[in-house]
Design a protein around this ligand. Structure first.
Ligand code: FE2
Length: 333
């Protein structure tokens, strides 16, 4: 009798402790589609999702400040360089989930399973079609004399360019990365300023001839009904760089289970749910990104298929300090 009661308890405990529970999600994403994602999870599991939104770095600081008492179960943020920083600071714990390991390609997750990529963005070249410049085919092209005074770029302190350069350091070495950064700086049409959207607008207006931007900024403009956005898109030629070589640089939105997660089983269940077909589609579409499982949908699917570089995303973090140093020496502010 005692044994069977114990057995029943054993069988019931994990279920009841999950189903009665709540999940605290710290997210740097703010898209309407995310709410449908959370609702479906609650319907399927009975687990209530509490959302705490904030900027990426602010959320990381908050989790660290809360320490062992942090109510956070999961942190969702963007760019592997930032996920790596969070991991270095001790924000995450390693997760052993056969589902996540099977669904998230190895190069899009931390080697110790501290974080997992959930959607992808490609860093593409946009150029002004009407300008008659040679269409670039590689990132290296942007350092060539053909683009003198025509390149606009975002600041080097931004994580996207740090991750891009970190990838180059990994594949081409410090020296080649330095030469590239110096060449691009020589080609600047103006001092680095603004976000990726600002670069795309500057290319369309003719202030510059070429830039680099993440695909979701393009997707947003392609989906926009604003005539000004349509005019920008009409001016742009889009290139997925390095298609004959190592492939286009891709980065991720991703998430990890926090080190002191009060509800680890629910957190893992939620992470697994995010890699389901249903969740992947909403998660990626919410920000015009590529899913890590399945094909692109929405406006960016019009950009077509491309070959992506498959170096492990953790490299973008590991090489970050070197990237900072090279940008600094090259005078890329
Ligand atoms: Fe962004």
């Amino acid at each position: 009798m005692i044994r069977s009661v114990a057995l029943v308890l054993l069988l019931l405990l994990p279920l009841t402790s999950i189903s009665a529970a709540e999940l605290n999600l710290y997210s740097a994403r703010h898209y309407d589609t995310d709410f449908s994602l959370y609702d479906r999870f609650t319907e399927d599991t009975g687990i209530k999702v509490n959302l705490i939104e904030g900027g990426s770095d602010a959320l990381i600081e908050r989790i660290l400040a809360e320490g062992e008492l942090s109510p956070a179960d999961i942190l969702i943020t963007v760019d592997a360089g930032r996920l790596w920083r969070a991991a270095q600071a001790g924000v995450f714990q390693s997760i052993d989930s056969p589902t996540l390991n099977a669904r998230v390609p190895q190069y899009l997750r931390d080697p110790d399973n501290l974080w997992f990529g959930l959607s992808k963005r490609a860093r593409v070249i946009a150029y002004r079609k009407s300008e008659g410049l040679p269409a670039p085919v590689t990132y290296e092209d942007l350092a060539k004399p053909a683009y003198r005074n025509r390149v606009c770029m975002r600041s080097s302190s931004n994580i996207y360019n740090l991750s891009l350069l970190a990838g180059m350091i990994e594949t081409a070495g410090n020296e080649a990365a330095m030469q590239w950064a110096q060449g691009v700086v020589q080609n600047f049409a103006r001092a680095p300023q603004g976000n990726d959207t600002a670069q795309l607008r500057a290319v369309a207006s003719g202030e510059c001839g070429v830039t680099i931007a993440n695909t979701y900024y393009l997707g947003r403009m392609m989906a926009s009904s604003d005539p000004a956005d349509k005019a920008v898109v009409a001016e742009l030629g889009i290139v997925f760089p390095d298609q004959d070589g190592r492939g286009t640089h891709v980065n991720i939105s991703g998430a990890g289970v926090t080190r002191y997660a009060p509800n680890k089983p629910a957190a893992i269940a939620f992470m697994e749910y995010l890699t389901s077909e249903f969740a992947q589609r909403l998660f990626a579409e919410g920000n015009n990104e590529y899913p890590v499982v399945g094909k692109a949908t929405g406006p960016i699917s019009e950009l077509g298929d491309f070959k992506e570089e498959q170096i492990n995303a953790a490299i973008f973090g590991k090489r970050q300090a070197q990237a900072v140093m090279i940008f600094d020496r090259a005078g890329w502010r």
